[in-house]
Design a protein around this ligand. Structure first.
Ligand SMILES: [Mn+2]
Length: 281
């Protein structure tokens, strides 16, 4: 099974956590492809070591100057997330199919169920985005002008051989170059615009169950749980039951790193709140 993640240093531990959760449910061969604009040596070594321990082969592709090429500028989104759109041109040509996963995700069942979905000639297997069905975002989504259901780009089964036939790497780079500041969720909106209805295979919600901090969940059927809120399990004050699942899995990794990151984040937030109350800048 080929898995793709596009991460920077900040997401190395959530990524390790995700791979451990996947390994809980499957013994199949896993090749993990990491695309990044840069990972420091410590992060990279840790990633390799922790994943080797659960028999996952890691392949890293660093695209250092891609932000200049794509003109992302001051956009507060990380450049790394655009790499998923370009993956068809970066990854070796013999990779015909790959499962792209965000790092704010854990598996609760065997993801081979998802990997083995038949896409035929379609480019992507995706799940509808929950924001797309809320009133607040429906108006905005109308403005990006798509003829299909708005999908979430955090989980995508990618038919790379079909994509290579349809997309041209230079044209896609140009498109990102000229449009990255136009959209609210740039990479996701662009992927929605780039695909027509007949190029998409919509999959069951259980393959990308999008949960927000304040929601409750019945996890019986869920294969992939996606923490879509801006606040991730490692930066919320109070851990809800679905976030507990994340931390229970993290125990397997035997590392203190994510606990440390959480502590730093909460401390910063607390100081921010105190300064606000005291009207300090
Ligand atoms: Mn996500």
């Amino acid at each position: 099974m080929n898995i793709l993640m596009c991460i920077n240093n900040g997401y190395v531990h959530p990524a390790i956590n995700l791979m451990y959760s996947i390994r809980q449910y499957t013994e199949c061969d896993i090749d993990l492809f990491i695309l990044s604009t840069g990972l420091n040596d410590n992060s990279l070594n840790e990633l390799q070591k922790k994943l080797e321990a659960i028999s996952i082969n890691v392949h890293t592709y660093i695209s250092k100057d891609i932000d200049m090429e794509l003109n992302i500028g001051n956009n507060h989104y990380s450049v790394d997330m655009f790499l998923r759109i370009l993956s068809f041109g970066i990854l070796p040509k013999n990779i015909e199919k790959i499962l792209y996963l965000d790092a704010d995700i854990i598996a609760l069942d065997n993801i081979e169920l998802l990997y083995n979905q038949n896409l035929g000639n379609k480019l992507l297997g995706v799940v509808e985005d929950i924001k797309g069905s809320s009133n607040k975002n429906a108006e905005y989504i109308k403005t990006i002008n798509i003829q299909h259901k708005y999908f979430n780009s955090g989980v995508m089964l990618m038919n790379l051989s079909a994509i290579r036939k349809e997309w041209d790497i230079k044209k896609i780079k140009d498109y990102i170059f000229h449009n990255s500041s136009k959209y609210r969720y740039p990479d996701q909106d662009m992927l929605n615009v780039l695909c027509s209805n007949k190029q998409l295979q919509f999959l069951d919600i259980k393959f990308n169950y999008q949960i927000r901090h304040n929601e409750s969940i019945d996890i019986d059927n869920v294969v992939i749980l996606h923490y879509v809120d801006r606040l991730k399990p490692w930066n919320v004050f109070i851990i809800k039951p679905h976030e507990k699942l994340f931390w229970e899995n993290y125990k397997l990794i035997k590392s203190k790193e994510l606990y440390r990151i959480r502590k730093c984040f909460l401390k910063k937030r607390l100081i921010g709140k105190i300064r606000k109350v005291l009207h300090l800048k």
